[in-house]
Ligand binder design. Structure first.
Ligand code: ATP
Ligand code: MG
Length: 442
């Protein structure tokens, strides 16, 4: 993509209303534009990042056997009357009427709807287990939308739902999703810590929130540093062997957030040098629901002993749009965002230092085409802007590799490669540089 053809509304100055780095940088780098309080348009760079995150989540979920569907944003109130949540949910739910005066709502979550899909389809234990998921926009009329996409009113969530014949099997699904989540977050370049959580209005009796550490996080978190030493357990175990033992290991260390915190327990279970007290961003949340929805909504299956029983469910959420903010909180500097190569909107920012200089333009064109042919994504800064402005743009947008060509380099057939994260610079021949980059990036 050429910047001259692209829609890249970067801002030089910090927007005055943005309080945290990720919000400032998302506005400045032209990822989002606010439309109303807590409601955003996703501009080209932001949308690419969102899609890259979706794809990483999708590929790990598919490995775990989860199956993608898509449920609507608008739901009939009657489903929520069946579960009893229509009255219980409160003002966070956006309610509306259609032209026939039927009560409708913009979904804040999808337990009722998925239960309705399930009960109309599955009747026997022989068809179980199932894990179904979708990625869909949610609306919650948050009392204090803030921090940009971190606490929006409209936000993108990945929500998965599991169905099993009994509690033991449902717990296995829960454990499998726990391990899948840890793998997803690791692939996104994050260490997310599963913390014992309250089940809240959704109900059930087993729940974990996943938090990433950040000084701007909304939750107070308390955990055992030992968790950091076990990454290889879930990261290098792609065949999902030994789910139960991995689960046991990753949940054995003390880790809780906010009201769940118990100082006596923390102090007695965690040695002084291992105690971490900090702030966390909740990027995911998993629940074992038991039969809360299936009992209320008659999602009944025939068990092996021919009895009719309500199906056991779990639900599993990831804040996909919040993740964009969380990733930036975890990885930025004073110049801008620093993306991990698998999430970046483009792998490479190609900077032409002297647009209009024949040799420089020719070298850049050659590199641009070669990158595309090699399967690399590249944003070619081909405008008449000063070199300084181009560097500022590409640093701000956080592309992991910069490929820089000026008149002198072009004459000597050399390009400069800069790694955004480390500032490391190399001079490489124009003839070899794309092969080398392909080796490092793909
Ligand atoms: P929070 O405690 O942050 O309000 P929640 O516990 O109400 O979140 P869940 O129902 O667990 O949220 O939703 C699943 C995930 O969706 C959360 O872990 C979070 O990452 C994301 N999420 C929830 N509310 C918002 C929001 N207002 N804006 C962006 N993401 C959100
Ligand atoms: Mg939650």
């Amino acid at each position: 993509m050429r910047v001259s053809d692209y829609f890249l509304p970067t801002l030089k100055d910090n927007p005055s209303d943005a309080q945290i780095a990720s919000h400032r940088l998302m506005l400045r780098a032209g990822l989002i534009r606010q439309m109303a309080s807590g409601i955003y348009s996703w501009l080209p760079l932001g949308l690419k990042v969102l899609k890259n995150i979706e794809n990483i989540i999708r590929s790990e979920l598919e490995k775990s056997g989860a199956v993608e569907i898509l449920m609507p944003t608008i739901q009939p109130a009657d489903l929520w009357r069946e579960s009893g949540r229509y009255d219980a949910y409160g003002p966070e739910m956006l309610r509306m009427k259609d032209r026939h005066n039927r009560d409708m709502l913009y979904g804040p979550t999808n337990e009722e709807m998925i239960t309705d899909i399930f009960r109309g389809t599955v009747r026997s234990y022989k068809k179980l287990p199932h894990i179904l998921y979708h990625m869909q926009w949610k609306f919650r009329d948050e009392i204090r939308p803030r921090f940009g996409v971190m606490r929006g009113r409209e936000f993108l969530m990945k929500d998965a739902y599991s169905f099993d014949i009994d509690e033991e099997k449902a717990r296995y699904s829960y454990q499998k999703m726990m391990v899948t989540y840890l793998r997803i977050f690791a692939r996104l370049g994050l260490t997310a810590i599963p913390m014992r959580a309250e089940t809240g209005p959704i109900g059930g009796d087993l729940s974990h929130e996943f938090h990433v550490l950040a000084p701007t996080g909304e939750s107070a978190v308390y955990f055992d540093r030992a968790f950091y030493n076990i990454k290889s357990l879930y990261d290098e175990n792609p065949e999902f062997d030994h789910i139960e033992s991995v689960y046991k290991e990753v949940t054995k260390y003390y880790a809780t957030a906010d009201e769940q915190y118990d100082e006596d327990e923390f102090f007695s279970r965690v040695s002084e040098e291992n105690r971490v007290i900090g702030r966390g961003i909740e990027i995911g949340h998993i629940f074992y629901l038991g039969t809360k929805y299936s009992s209320a909504m008659d999602a009944i299956v025939i068990a092996p002993d021919s009895q009719e029983v309500p199906v056991h469910m779990g639900c599993y959420g990831i804040g996909v749009s919040r993740m964009v903010g969380a990733l930036i909180e975890a990885s930025h500097d004073e110049k801008g965002i620093i993306w991990h190569k698998d999430i970046a909107p483009f792998h490479i920012g190609l900077i032409n230092l002297r647009q209009g200089n024949e040799a420089t333009d020719a070298a850049c064109e050659k590199l641009y085409q070669a990158c595309i042919n090699a399967g690399l994504t590249v944003l070619y800064h081909d405008t008449d802007d000063r070199a300084g402005a181009k560097f500022a743009d590409i640093d701000l947008t956080g592309l992991p590799y910069q490929l820089i060509v000026g008149p002198k380099g072009a004459e000597q057939n050399m390009a400069e490669v800069k790694i955004r994260a480390t500032n490391e610079k190399r001079e490489i021949s124009v003839d070899n540089v794309v092969d080398i980059l392909r080796g490092e990036i793909l």
